[in-house]
Design a protein around this ligand. Structure first.
Ligand code: GRF
Length: 208
């Protein structure tokens, strides 16, 4: 099975997938990495693993549409879908791993039409802390005594942010004396295991 991985930053989850494929823990291959950030360290990780990469740059779309963000985003997403559909080999699954760009129907429709699955890693439990900064917001809620645990989930991507069907989720108990950095460290370690499990379950659903 072929995986295309979308990243925006460090790429530690991408690395977990690269390693799982290399050790045959996953019966898959990362065949392309897309980043919306030029400086994403995950691009270096892909290059080190001889995986083709594409930097898909939203800035040029915003310039072209002189700040009409809506049109810029629609064209950006439509072109991203075309880019994916033109890949050879075409991915079976797109994995959003630390991908910080909301995908609209301009991307989702053609991809779903082509029977390519899209899944996303989000460091919160289903229905909680959707959007960016989820770990920080869980940490604050814990400090205020509002929650005792947070979690991580892998879910199917739909037009609503962090809201598709849950594929796998894991609860993470919060600890009194823990700093935000220590919590983030603990969460990222759990992400690295869960993203492999999420891909494994997704591949198991694909009947070729
Ligand atoms: C994850 O917590 C992701 O949800 C957030 O950043 C982390 C991904 O990091 N956006 P990495 O790029 O996979 O290391």
């Amino acid at each position: 099975f072929n995986l295309a991985v979308f990243i925006s930053g460090n790429g530690s989850n991408l690395q977990a997938l690269i390693d799982a494929c290399a050790s045959s823990a996953l019966n898959a291959k990362v065949t392309h990495v897309i980043s919306n950030k030029k400086a994403a360290y995950g691009l270096e990780r892909a290059k080190k693993a001889s995986i083709p990469t594409t930097y898909h740059n939203l800035v040029s779309y915003k310039k072209k549409h002189s700040e009409d963000t809506q049109t810029a985003r629609t064209e950006y997403d439509a072109d991203l879908a075309k880019l994916i559909l033109d890949l050879n080999p075409r991915p079976d699954v797109i994995v959003c791993a630390g991908w910080m760009h909301i995908l609209t129907l301009a991307f989702l429709n053609p991809i779903v039409e082509a029977n390519i699955k899209i899944i996303n890693l989000h460091p919160a439990l289903p229905g909680e802390f959707a959007g960016a900064g989820a770990i920080e917001r869980a940490f604050e809620a814990f400090r205020k005594g509002e929650i005792k645990r947070t979690g991580v989930m892998i879910h199917e991507v739909i037009a609503e942010v962090d809201a598709g069907a849950t594929i796998v989720a894991q609860e993470i108990p919060l600890k009194e004396e823990e700093t935000l950095e220590e919590l983030e460290e603990r969460i990222h370690k759990i992400e690295h295991g869960l993203i492999v499990e999420g891909v494994r379950r997704t591949l198991a659903q694909i009947i070729r």
